[in-house]
Ligand binder design. Structure first.
Ligand SMILES: Nc1ncnc2c1ncn2[C@@H]1O[C@H](COP(=O)(O)OP(=O)(O)OP(=O)(O)O)[C@@H](O)[C@H]1O
Ligand SMILES: O=c1ccn([C@@H]2O[C@H](COP(=O)(O)O)[C@@H](O)[C@H]2O)c(=O)[nH]1
Length: 235
């Protein structure tokens, strides 16, 4: 079993695919799936996107950096939404970020993060990388390295990495494993190139899986075969 897990969730996991806003059924499902892994006493870090609220690229007329600031704020809104629901469901959760000063959000300090994990808290890293021009995939890669995760799980709407976008091409072929090099050179869009590059540099394995298939997350953490794994070399 992986003991230190960084879970990257697409914002759309909170709204339903192609929708905006929040969906309480989706949140209930998320809490159930997280409970299944948290009861094993793992260190769980989470990074959530903001596709259900706002992506910087969605308003082309705006100043890029400002649009991205709005996007980052969206990740804080999602993190607080999740925290409140998790706490009410019995999952101890703390939100940390460097971009806001709110009583419900704590600053990021490495020593504190370890204390939160040791006390059984799920730690949600909100606010992306704190910089415009990036996305939460890159934030997830950075946080996974910082928290010395054993695995970065990207939980999304497709069941792995394909040779092309399976939502657009019915003849797309799924990989069981793919190397960082291949993911970057083939320009695989399921995660940003920056995120793949950071994971490659620090040897951080990635699993991409369908979050909406029950027990997929649990199976990934148990090291059962699920989704697609990104690895240094094909063995
Ligand atoms: N080669 C590929 N293999 C798998 N999925 C791909 C590929 N190319 C593009 N995709 C698309 O990438 C999507 C996954 O990205 P996703 O929308 O989860 O990321 P995100 O931008 O982090 O999320 P959000 O902005 O909603 O927070 C899938 O829904 C899939 O359609
Ligand atoms: O480090 C970051 C992370 C995110 N942003 C902005 O937020 C939105 C939402 O994140 P997604 O990963 O797309 O869900 C993103 O489109 C950026 O506009 C950022 O600027 N920096």
């Amino acid at each position: 079993m992986y003991r230190n897990v960084l879970l990257k969730l697409s914002g759309e996991v909170l709204s339903g695919e192609g929708s905006k806003g929040f969906n309480l059924d989706a949140l209930k499902y998320m809490a159930e799936e997280i409970k299944k892994i948290s009861q094993h006493g793992l260190n769980i870090g989470m990074v959530v996107g903001a596709g259900n609220i706002f992506r910087g690229k969605e308003l082309p007329g705006m100043t890029n950096s400002i649009a991205d600031h709005i996007g980052m704020m969206g990740t804080v809104m999602n993190a607080l939404f999740i925290k409140d629901y998790f706490e009410k469901s019995g999952i101890k959760t703390v939100v940390v970020s460097q971009i806001v000063n709110l009583p419900s959000v704590r600053s990021i300090h490495y020593d504190d993060i370890d204390l939160y994990f040791n006390s059984g808290y799920v730690v949600i890293f909100a606010g992306g990388t704190s910089n415009p021009f990036f996305t939460t995939d890159t934030a997830a890669a950075l946080r996974s390295v910082e928290m010395k995760a054993d695995i970065l799980v990207k939980a999304t709407k497709v069941d792995g990495i394909y040779d092309k976008d399976p939502k657009r091409f019915t003849d797309a072929v799924k990989y069981d494993t793919i190397t960082y090099e291949e993911a970057i050179s083939k320009n695989i869009k399921v995660m940003d190139t920056e995120a793949f590059a950071i994971c490659q540099r620090y040897n951080m394995p990635i699993i991409v899986l369908d979050f909406f298939k029950k027990d997929n997350l649990l199976n990934a953490v148990m090291q059962n075969k699920v989704g697609t794994k990104v690895v240094p070399n094909r063995s």
